[in-house]
Design a binder for this molecule. Sequence first.
Ligand code: FAD
Ligand code: UDP
Length: 386
Amino acid sequence: MDYNTIIVGAGFAGAVTARVLAEAGHHVLVLEKHDHIGGNAYDCLNDAGILIHQYGPHIFHTNDKDVYEFLSRFTPWRDYQHEVVASIPAENGRAQMPVPFNLRSLRQAYGEEKAARLQQKLIDTYGMEKKVTILQLRENTDPELSELAQYVYDHVFVRYTMKQWGQKPEEIDPAVTARVPVFISEDCRYFQDTYQGMPLNGYTPLFASMLEHENIEVRTGANANTVLTFHDGKITFDGREFTGDVIYSGPADELFDCCYGRLPYRTLDFRFETYNEDFFQTHGTVNYTMDEDYTRITEFKHLTGQEKPGVTTIMKEYPRAYTGASDEIPYYAIANDETAALYAKYADKAAEFPKLHLLGRLAEYRYYNMDAIVAGALKLSRDLVK
Ligand code: FAD
Ligand code: UDP
């Protein structure tokens, strides 16, 4: 095939752009350095026959109808509404408290009587069904709401955030903790989006279906950095000048040999454990907000709905700093003024190549959910088609 577009990465950014461009008649080559498609959303059966998410638990949720309808062309869905509890030490063992912290969590923490008073204050101040970030709640000067803010900070946020980011909630980008606000509601779901669920047969079949097109060639086990070069405003592929579009969804710094220094990230070590029992825990995800070295445990059978009696697999997540070692994966961009300035240097360098497009969580150095990536990919590819 004579390609007129090269796409780096077979995650959502790469696969969605590949599909839209292929349907518009472009001939697309997708280069993926892993030996599989799907990026971070890749799932597969483990040795025990359990469908696992290799790179962390992925639950699809969006309010964007266009995104939902586009993906629905490639998969049926399993209705799944994610609920999370925090496991916290209690007088007689451990207690489980709904996260995001909500009116049920409030009653659990304070008992019916005091909770009723606090609930009224919350409703009067912020409104029923409203979301308030922990940092906003901490600014409240009412003595009882201030005490509540401290309780939520101590029981839900400070330890978990220290584990995840190595910094306190007030030291990181406020948008990060705003993802899990205090919710003045009885709703125990982690997300309130209109469309939520899991691809019925898993994410990898969704990707396979999306990439299955006569105008798409996918090469896995192919590191683009060894075949694509970017010099003096010219892109070369396999030693020859390439004049088509290149959509790059890998880390922006690696594209230019980290010439301005590495962009910092947090990475995760995942520990999988398989047990000979039907279920290990009550919820899809249990957060360890006050103790343990891991942040959370996810049990896949809750998410996927897989029916497999007598065996189950869980995953523990251990966050740490990304060093750039070849066996590490950069998972979370660290948003602050310094990293924004460093990223801007790479974006400026990329702009020297008019046919080069940075797209995705790594290439844009942003904390994006899957739906935001799909939306961005639809926009870019439709613009290119125009
Ligand atoms: P990726 O999925 O990272 O894909 C990029 C691809 O590019 C990778 O396959 C990589 O191998 C490849 N690549 C990189 N460099 C090169 C190169 N030089 N040559 C060839 N290939 C290369 N979002 C949700 O909406 N819901 C969730 O529940 C959720 N849970 C998450 C849990 C965790 C632990 C993490 C880390 C993220 C989670 N996300 C979730 C976010 C989601 O993973 C991302 O939004 C999405 O995967 C980003 O897609 P992408 O295509 O931008 O990047
Ligand atoms: N967070 C927390 N305690 C929790 C859940 C979340 O402190 O029980 C904070 C933490 O800083 C985390 C952020 O909120 O990084 C966003 O949480 P989310 O569950 O959205 O993280 P993700 O699933 O993207 O890793």
